[in-house]
Structure formats: structure tokens, C-alpha cells
Design a protein. Structure first.
Length: 156
């Protein structure tokens, strides 16, 4: 007979050691069954940055470093016991670094916070730089709440 344009069938093999046919073709009758409803898990929303991904060249794209500066008490004393003078000096250092990084590395340094210890040092500044670094890391972890990529200690 004629095979309809669209149909569902089951092909069932028969043993090959018997005469043909070696398979039976069963046509399925159409039955209206509502498809099962699937429960979809909510997908996490993607940020615009992820959706608009395209190949980028790190050498051409401007990068940003958010920096916080901590001026210790010795730095404060060296700048005439003036918070304004101490902060101005620190800003000028950051501006010079920004100019160099901007031109050579296409990276901008953005000063996001500054702290100047006018009363006294918040931890002991040692002659050994590794000890000072360890103490500064503890201080940063426990007391600095501002968000930044890097925190630098300016000392004399």
C-alpha cells in the first residue's frame, strides 16, 4: 500500500534463518496526547559584559587599578605635621605613576581612598620590611573597609 507522507512506525526484526520478510513494519496510530509539562530551573542572569563578549586585545584596552594609600605617622611628620601636605604629596606620587602606566601599559591608576595617621602609627613600623608588610596585611584585613584593588603604605 501507499505510505503516508508522515507517520510513526516501529520496525521489528525477524530471525534471518527464516524466509522473508526479515522485518515487520508496524504503523502507530496518531493519538492526541498532551505533551508532558517540564519544570525548568531558573537560569542565572548573565551580566551585559558576558552577553556582549567579543575578542579583546589586552594591549589595546584601557585597564583600571583602584588604589588606596595609607600614609604612616612618619610620613605625616616629614610633611610639616599637615594632613593636607601629606595627602598632596601622596596624590602627586599616584599621579606620576598614573602617567607612566597610562602611556606604557594603557593602565590607569585611580586613587579611591586615602588614610593619614596624624596621631600615631596604627601598628609598629619595623626596620625589617617583611615584618612591616606582615603587620600592614593584618591591619588591612582587620580595619580597612574601603574596596580597592591595592592598598599601599607610604612611609619614610
Amino acid at each position: 500500500g501507499r505510505v503516508p507522507d508522515r507517520f510513526s512506525a516501529l520496525l521489528s526484526p525477524l530471525p534471518l534463518n527464516k524466509p522473508p520478510p526479515w522485518a515487520l513494519l508496524y504503523e502507530f496510530q496518531r493519538v492526541n496526547i498532551t505533551p508532558p509539562k517540564f519544570i525548568l530551573k531558573p537560569r542565572l542572569k548573565r551580566s551585559k559584559r558576558q552577553l556582549l563578549r567579543f575578542p579583546r586585545n589586552v594591549e589595546e584596552e584601557t585597564k583600571y587599578i583602584e588604589l588606596m594609600i595609607v600614609n604612616d605617622h612618619i610620613m605625616f611628620k616629614k610633611h610639616r605635621l599637615s594632613v593636607v601636605h601629606t595627602n598632596t604629596y601622596a596624590k602627586s606620587v599616584v599621579n606620576m605613576a598614573d602617567m607612566i602606566y597610562k602611556d606604557q601599559l594603557k593602565t590607569r591608576i585611580v586613587l579611591v581612598a586615602m588614610e593619614t595617621w596624624a596621631a600615631d602609627n596604627k601598628f609598629a613600623i619595623s626596620e625589617n620590611p617583611l615584618i612591616t608588610l606582615r603587620e600592614f596585611m593584618k591591619y588591612r584585613r582587620d580595619f580597612i573597609k574601603e574596596k580597592s584593588d591595592a592598598v599601599h603604605l607610604f612611609s619614610y
